[in-house]
Design a protein around this ligand. Structure first.
Ligand code: HEC
Ligand code: HEC
Length: 365
């Protein structure tokens, strides 16, 4: 009898004790402290409304947490690689420091050029081939990708749970006592939605009359070429269809075959839709901060903007899915040397020093 009593006591002590272990119960998780501060996106002049998913409203706490996670190396299996390893410093507009392909934690090189993280709150699809449909969905992928961060989500989450700061930060941002991959992705997506570039040198010159362009005449001629079709009497670059300046994004957020090849090793959008009509189509990238994001195209094949302009000037390669807007295949745009310089000067005027220097986007660790 005594033995039985003792073991019951012992058992309840064990239950009590384990009940207070940090892992099992959440003694530190006081839901009454969850009172996040709503955040309103500061939309640049002329930009469309940003559509924010109803299940992931922006909050000051969520954004701050997302920023910390974006720079968090423990999201990779060997704790050496964060999102910001490939989407490097602001000086590269969050691309991979000028390298053609990124290398993951196991030393394996990918086959596509890292994309800039800018104005993605306005994009409906992500990756060169559009295989992710929200920033939340996208953010789940690099962690488990075997050639990138190569870690199970359960391991990534355990590391964050064991940290002295993260559990409280997730509680404050999302009102959760347990971290999971979905809240990690939500936080990162919130941070990415704040990564807005809308005050380029071009806009500062045109909208505010600031004396920031070394050669305004050339930049304005380049802008005009950018927005003009080639005609019998006038040269034109015809870029605006796919990299439209209206709406401020410098991308139509759609998928096109811009004539890089006539046969494709990387089929692009076709791999996602299964339709041969989508062969060789890739997401039109934004041209904002383009000077900082070399090399260019999905496979980083062009090292300079001069090479990009030569590609378009050549008219591109014919193939069954070549975009009808690539109208000058076989003939080329026939741009003069001055036209090319003007186009490049215009592209370089899309650099946004506010974006590049914004302290809100830097590593908070
Ligand atoms: C090993 C390098 C590497 C790491 C680490 C990495 N990325 Fe990327 N990222 C890339 C590459 C390369 C692409 C383009 C891949 C493709 O299209 O298939 C890309 C594409 C993206 C895009 C799509 C942008 C667009 O315009 O569609 C987003 C968003 C993004 N990454 C965010 C992240 C986040 C968030 C993390 C961390 C959770 C991360 N990346 C980690 C290399 C990396
Ligand atoms: C038919 C649509 C279309 C037209 C017209 C077009 N582009 Fe593009 N552009 C794209 C697509 C799609 C890509 C990405 C292609 C890829 O990587 O396979 C791209 C890529 C680029 C890039 C590289 C971006 C990066 O981040 O790597 C630059 C720069 C560029 N275009 C500038 C221009 C200029 C300048 C013009 C006019 C002379 C122009 N484009 C006309 C669709 C177009």
């Amino acid at each position: 009898m005594l033995v039985k009593k003792f073991s019951i006591l012992f058992l309840s002590a064990v239950i009590l004790f384990s009940g207070c272990k940090k892992d099992d119960c959440n003694c530190d998780c006081d839901l009454s402290t969850y009172n996040p501060t709503a955040y309103t996106v500061d939309r640049p002049q002329g930009f469309p409304e940003m559509v924010i998913p109803a299940d992931n409203p922006m909050t000051v706490e969520g954004i701050a947490l997302g920023r910390k996670l974006f720079y968090e190396k423990r999201l990779s299996d060997d704790n050496t690689m964060s999102c910001a390893t490939c989407h490097a410093q602001q000086t590269f507009a969050f691309t991979d420091r000028g390298t053609r392909f990124s290398t993951g934690i196991d030393g394996i090189e990918g086959t596509r050029n890292a994309m800039p993280i800018v104005n993605l709150g306005w994009a409906p699809r992500f990756f060169w081939d559009g295989r992710a449909f929200s920033l939340e969905e996208q953010a789940l992928m690099p962690v488990t990708n075997p050639i990138e961060m190569h870690q199970r989500w359960s391991d990534a989450v355990s590391k964050l749970e064991a940290d002295s700061a993260y559990p409280q930060l997730f509680l404050k941002a999302f009102g959760v006592c347990e971290i999971d991959s979905l809240v990690v992705a939500k936080a990162i997506a919130q941070f990415e939605r704040t990564m807005i570039s809308g005050n380029s040198l071009f806009e500062r010159y045109v909208n505010n009359n600031e004396n920031v362009l070394p050669d305004p005449t050339s930049v304005l001629s380049g802008f005009s070429l950018f927005n003009r079709d080639k005609t019998i009497t006038l040269s034109g670059g015809d870029c605006f269809h796919c990299h439209g300046a209206s709406g401020g994004l410098f991308t139509d957020n759609a998928f096109h075959n811009n004539g890089l090849d006539s046969a494709f090793t990387d089929v692009g959008l076709e791999a996602v839709t299964g339709s041969p009509n989508d062969r060789g189509k890739f997401k039109s990238p934004t041209l904002r901060n383009i000077e900082l994001t070399a090399p260019y195209m999905h496979d980083g094949r062009f090292a300079t903007l001069e090479e990009v302009i030569e590609h378009y000037n050549s008219g591109g390669h014919a193939s069954p899915t070549l975009d009808p807007l690539m109208k000058n295949v076989g003939v080329g745009l026939e741009l003069s040397q001055q036209d090319k310089t003007d186009l490049i000067n215009f592209l370089k005027s899309l650099t946004d020093m506010d974006y590049v220097n914004n302290p809100q986007f830097s590593d908070p660790h």
